[in-house]
Every structure is written in C-alpha cells, then in structure tokens.
Design a protein around this ligand. Structure first.
Ligand SMILES: Nc1nc2c(ncn2[C@@H]2O[C@H](COP(=O)(O)OP(=O)(O)OP(=O)(O)O)[C@@H](O)[C@H]2O)c(=O)[nH]1
Length: 386
C-alpha cells in the first residue's frame, strides 16, 4: 500500500520472552563473575599448596640421600652432592626451582643465579635498601613455613613479590625452599579461569540461545495460529484490535497517514445459495490469497466478518492506496471459478478512508471506509470508492 515497511508485530508473550532472555543473560554474567572469583581464589590456594608439596618432596629427596649416607652406601659429602644435584635439576614451570641455604643464610644452591652461591641471604637487599631476611629470627627459620619476600627473576634484576615454602633439614643444616612469583601465579590463574569462564560462557550462550530460538519459533507458530483466521489465513478482527495501538503510535511518530480499505464480496449470499457453502469457502480462500499477493510487508489483511475484509497499512500517497484496492478488485474479477463444470466469476467492492492522527479517531476512519464501501455497493458494485 505504501513504500514504508513497519516493524513485524510481536505478541506480548514474545516481549516477555525477550525480557526473560535479558534476565537470563544478566544472571549468567552474575554467575560468571561469582564463578570467576571463587575459582580464582581456590586456584590460588591450590597453587600455594602445590609449592608446599614441592618443598616437602624436595625435603623427602634430601632425607633419602641422607639415609644412604647413614647406611654407609654413600659418604656424607657424596650424599650431599647428589642431593644438591638432584634439586638443581628439579626445575619446574617457567621460573620454578629449589634453593638451599644454611640456617645462617649462606646460599648453597641457586640454579638460576649460581653467582649467588656462597653469599649470605642476610645480605639480600631490597631496592628500598632494607634487608628482609635479617628480620627473620633464626628460630623462625628453623620452624620453616610460608615466607613472603621480593626476589629477582632469572632474566632481570627487577624484584618481584614471591611466596615461598621453606623446610629445615637439621642433620645437614639445610634450609630447602621453593617459591612462586605472585604475578606469574596471578597470570596463570587469570588465564586458567578466563579459559574456563569463556568455555562456560560459550556453552551457556549456545544453550540459552538455541533454547530461546526454539521457544520463540514455537511461540511464533502458536501466536500466528491464534491471530490467523483458520479458513483464509488472514489476520482476525481480534488481531486488528491488538495491532492498532502500535500502528497508531508509528503513524504519529512518522507523521504519516494510515490507509484503511474495507472490502466486501458482491452478492456472496447468492454464491452460497447457488453453489453451496463449501464452494463459498473456496471463493473466500482465493480472494484472501489475492489480497495477500497485492499488499506489501507492513500492510495487514484482516478478515473482518464473514465476507468482509479490511486492509490497513501506512500510506504516503493516496494514489498508491487506490492502486492497491483497484489491483485487488481487478484480480478478483479476473478469477475464474468452477463448480461441477459450471464456470462463474465473483466481484467485490471496496471503500477507502485515510486516518490522520490529528483528525479523527481510528474507529471513525473505519466507519468512513465502511460508508465508502456502502457507496460503492449502491453505485453498482465491483468498484472502489474513495
Ligand atoms: N461460505 C461461507 N459463507 C459465509 C461465511 N461467512 C459468512 N458467509 C455468508 O456470506 C453471506 C453474506 O451475505 P450478505 O451480508 O447478504 O451480503 P451479500 O450477499 O454479499 O450482498 P452484498 O454485500 O450486498 O453485495 C451470507 O450468506 C453468509 O452466510 C463463511 O465463512 N463461509
């Protein structure tokens, strides 16, 4: 009818469905945040526990070589040498290694910084000038446990926070320890959690989207069935009542008129009486098809009553509306019907009225279109009145 297309009509149920999807997505984001936080917390704990286990294993290895020296299989010096070599080789991840010092702080093993061997930990100085290991009492060192400190990485002089676990092996006066760089751990935790969250999000989005698409498809089917006339497949009068407020809103927003075409089959009662009700139904269906073929997306074809139809659509030019009505009238008049070998034709009449939002109410426009239709009927039928 016009060169404008309106938004496809959405039922209130579908609006609710879209609202529900928004709520589900918000819930999903909240869940992912929660998942991210709790998963990264437990991963951090896990990482720390790992470094404790590593130190315990290293200490176990030292005990093993010590045992060999006790049983006389190795001399004490050789046992120490083997234990140290074993720990030197036991590097892990990117920057992970074991170090050994005496209780007094003399460094005995530093796989990545061998130049530190022989120096005292107590002389390890922070960039701010402080000596962190001097603050740790001898007894405290003996007890072992967790220790936080700054240490340089193997490829730079810059100092980074580290958390380490230390155990004291008294028979050899060895403090054995390993530590993890906090930033490495956080990076590692971040990427592990990000990957897990990404996969979870992907799975959820895939699941929810397909569920919503499927539900929407069935809702669409159901809603179409509920607003379509079963015989002609045109929209029902009830649908018109639902769609009109939205159309009036659009009309106002775009400052364009709405066209109403009222159509009525001529002498339809005679067709029923002559060829039977079933044949009358076929006529209604064919005429409905013509209407759908002659109108555009955004125009609504409605079965208003028994053999009465209404077409509503946005209008930017009266001539287009008349042309649509004329096209329908002529196409219907050209249809050839056949009932038990008897050929017959059908005509219809149409009345047009325009609704301009500042002028009349929509009900008045419908009445005006109906009056024009009456005029067309009065003046010989098979015509369009505007
Ligand atoms: N086959 C069939 N007939 C219907 C249906 N709904 C209404 N009708 C018939 O449509 C006819 C309408 O007749 P009228 O209102 O007298 O109008 P008309 O015969 O078309 O005459 P004019 O409108 O004045 O040209 C009646 O016979 C109704 O029974 C339907 O779904 N199927």
């Amino acid at each position: 009818m016009a060169n404008i297309t309106t938004q496809p009509y959405r039922l209130p149920l579908q609006n609710k469905l879209f609202g529900l999807s928004a709520v589900i997505f918000a819930g999903l984001i909240a869940f992912l945040l929660f998942f991210y936080m709790s998963f990264s917390n437990s991963l951090e704990k896990e990482k720390k526990a790992q470094s404790k286990h590593l130190t315990e294993s290293a200490s176990g290895m030292v005990s093993y070589f010590h045992e060999l020296s006790l049983t006389g299989q190795l001399s004490d010096d050789v046992a120490k040498k083997y234990a140290m070599e074993a720990l030197k080789e036991s590097t892990y991840s990117n920057n992970g290694y074991f170090w050994i010092s005496t209780l007094d702080g003399k460094i005995l093993l530093q796989p990545y910084k061998p130049e530190l061997v022989g120096m005292s930990l107590l002389d390890w100085q922070y960039t701010d000038g402080s000596y962190p290991f001097r603050d740790i009492e001898r007894d405290e060192r003996k007890n072992g446990g967790w220790v936080n400190y700054l240490w340089s990485k193997n490829d730079s002089l810059e100092q980074f926070p580290k958390i380490g676990y230390v155990l004291y092996f008294e028979p050899w006066d060895w403090l054995v320890g390993t530590g993890i760089y906090i930033d490495d751990m956080e990076k590692n935790v971040f990427w592990t959690v990000a990957k897990a969250s990404g996969m979870l999000l992907f799975g959820f989005v895939l699941f929810i989207s397909s569920a919503i698409i499927t539900i929407n498809y069935f809702v669409n089917q159901l809603s179409e069935q509920s607003v379509r006339d079963s015989l002609t497949k045109l929209y029902t009068k009830r649908f018109l009542e639902e769609v009109i407020p939205g159309m009036l809103e659009n009309e106002k927003r775009h400052n364009r008129a709405l066209a109403v075409i009222f159509l009525d089959i001529d002498h339809f009662k005679k067709i029923n009486d002559t060829y039977g009700h079933h044949c009358g139904d076929k006529v209604l269906q064919k005429i409905a098809n013509v209407m759908m073929e002659c109108t555009r997306t955004g125009d609504y074809c409605i079965r208003y009553g028994g053999e009465e139809f209404v077409i509503i659509g946005p209008c930017d030019d009266n001539k287009n509306v008349i042309a649509v009505a004329e096209r329908i009238r002529k196409s219907v008049a050209n249809l050839a019907f056949n009932h038990d070998g008897i050929e017959f034709t059908v005509t219809l009449s149409a009345g047009i009225a325009l609704h301009e939002h500042h002028n009349t109410s929509f009900d008045e426009t419908l009445i005006n279109a109906d009056m024009k239709l009456y005029y067309a009927k009065e003046n010989g039928r098979n015509r369009v009145a505007f």
